[in-house]
Design a protein around this ligand. Sequence first.
Ligand code: ATP
Length: 536
Amino acid sequence: MSTPTPSSSNVMEQIVSLCKRRGFVYQASEIYGGLRGFWDYGPLGVLLKNNIRDWWWRNMVECPPIGPDGSIVDMVGLDSSIIQHPKTWDASGHTATFADPMRKCVKCGHILRADHYWDILATQSKWFAELMTATENGAKTDVDTLARWVKNKARKSAPNLAAVAQPTITPPETADVKAIVHALADNNEPCILCGGALGSPEQFNLMMVSYAGLQQTKENLVYLRPETAQGIFLNYRNVLDTTRVKVPFGVAQVGKSFRNEVTPRNFIFRSREFEQMEMEFFCPPEDALKWYDFWKHERMKWWLSLGIKPENLIFRDHAQDELSHYSKATVDIEYKYPFTAPEFGELEGIAHRGAFDLTQHQSHSGAKLDYFDQDLQLRLKAEGVADDEVKKRSRYTPNVIEPASGLTRAVLVLLCEAYSVEPRAGVEKFEFFKFKPKFAPIKAGIFPLVNKDGMPEVAEKLYMDLRQSFACEYDPKPAIGKRYARMDEIGAPFCVTVDGESLKDQTVTIRDRDSMSQQRVAIDKVKSFINEKLDE
Ligand code: ATP
């Protein structure tokens, strides 16, 4: 990742502030000063999140895509417990290896994630922001400028930086941002808070613990799940035994996950409590690559269906040395977030997990998790395959293809994608959200032009009818312009106004958020007009 400059976080600050102002996302426990890595979804945020979640459920569980050979894809849903038997996490490898590298400042004790150092420095460090301002974003890196900064600002904001303690700076020959920071820190990556030296990287397990039982003993120790996937593997046998599905089939679930992230950051991108949308697709080992390819492309299509611009999404194949030891292939779908631009950051991972998960749970639990594939047996026999070979191939441990995405990260993507700034409502830089109508938290605002002359009665009646079908708001306050502006700000695609004409000819105006154009529509056609747009 290239080193982002502090200016790339400005858009993010504006989005965070608009989200707060309009009730999308609040800092958790705000009245107590907040809790790092935790967020509350406000009245509009929860609607947006539910809209994304419902669309995922609809497209994965209720109406999954048609399979690679035109076949029907079997898919069921699940809602497993957040807390499972602790042995689950031994089998999955989480207790031993679910860790990130962290480094601790020897001076102030601040801890940060080692492998994201430059990114964290660019977005969270006060002294780095000052250094960037002083050097005009790294363009001015002569000795005088650097020395001036060290003598003045840095003495206060980064007192432990090597260059502040011993002010003899030798500027690097080719001075990019990284080289300058290293030079000022005596060839170190300095603490983002005080500029002190960071200790060596240490592994830090990310699972959050709790106790199930009356005593806080080792025996009662449990983990809050760091992913929803394991609950699916634990129920693989139950699903096979109690439903009509046969391999290949998928089990999908949406729910909360918890990770004690070393450095939660970038708003809701990396938080300690978040929601995931995961699906485990169990298939015969010999078809696994075919299904991997299928889900990879289907998932990209799904993200595009949210109205995300194609140029803002990419596939990133994991390099061989990046793959988990059991994974045969993994690809991420990445989005161009304001804080990663011009580069991309993870949104969803699609992994070919082989037979790792079921094999592990089988050996740790003793439960039989292999599968006898009668259809495959019949097919192989019909193809004249030798008996031994048929026997060998038709009993197997299913392989798993896993598309795993973040629901709360999807909320962030839609907020970033929809965030727009245009001159309107008498404001030069009017900020608002241009959500695709299907995902907009509120679909329409219903207004009487004036709060008298029979208009409120008609508008209220229309509102009561429309809200049976989709989320809308009734607003009788004066000043139509202000009401339009408020609806634009929260991303409502339509405003329906009842005026004097409405009482005579039973029509209303519908104003479009994006074009700001208005058209007259019969009152009894408003619902179908909006519904049609929601289906697009
Ligand atoms: P990252 O590399 O960003 O830490 P990951 O590869 O560990 O993510 P997975 O375990 O594959 O993530 O989880 C699947 C999805 O869950 C991710 O693509 C992301 O959308 C979401 N996710 C993971 N960790 C977090 C988090 N701390 N906060 C919000 N969403 C998360």
